[in-house]
Design a protein around this ligand. Structure first.
Ligand code: IDP
Ligand code: MG
Length: 148
């Protein structure tokens, strides 16, 4: 089953949005396979965002991510990468539809509350980076109520 890496950024944790965000993924029917609150250092944040290292906002982005604890998660389910990105909304909250997480809870692109992997491949890389210890092995007993 497909997996994605989702991170509630420091602003989302500070603003008390962890429960709300987890609830949205849970209620959709996705399965929580990994979860931890962690403050990462500069080197780690630079690794996570390595693809963006040439961008003018890179340093500010790294400062933002290391500014406090983040809630790192692995979610599992059919099409969870693409559907997860839809639940999250567009990168710039100004372009995110109401009903999405960023559309409902964010205003500025540099304080957009949440990260979600953009492909199955980057999901695998990000899960390996953030959860080197591995993730939970379990299958929800709701499976047959969610999948036909
Ligand atoms: P994504 O998070 O929707 O996948 P990316 O393009 O991968 O968007 O950018 C990663 C993160 O970098 C964004 O979520 C946002 O926090 C930040 N970011 C992207 N573009 C800008 C910008 O123009 N100014 C400031 N921060 C930005
Ligand atoms: Mg991205």
């Amino acid at each position: 089953m497909e997996q994605t890496f989702v991170m509630i950024k420091p602003d989302g944790v500070q603003r008390g949005l962890v429960g709300e965000i987890i609830g949205r993924f849970e209620k959709k029917g996705f399965t929580l396979k990994g979860l931890k609150l962690i403050t990462v250092d500069r080197h780690f944040a630079e690794q996570h965002y390595a693809d963006l290292s040439a961008k003018p906002f890179f340093n500010g982005l790294v400062e933002y991510i290391i500014s406090g604890p983040v809630a790192a998660m692995v979610w599992e389910g059919k099409n969870v990468v693409t559907t997860g990105r839809k639940i999250i909304g567009a990168t710039n909250p100004a372009d995110s539809a109401p009903g999405t997480i960023r559309g409902d809870y964010a205003i500025d692109i540099g304080r957009n509350v949440i990260h979600g992997s953009d492909s199955v491949e980057s999901g695998k890389k990000e899960i390996a980076l953030w959860f080197p210890e591995g993730i939970a092995e379990w299958r929800s007993s709701l499976h047959s109520w969610i999948y036909e």
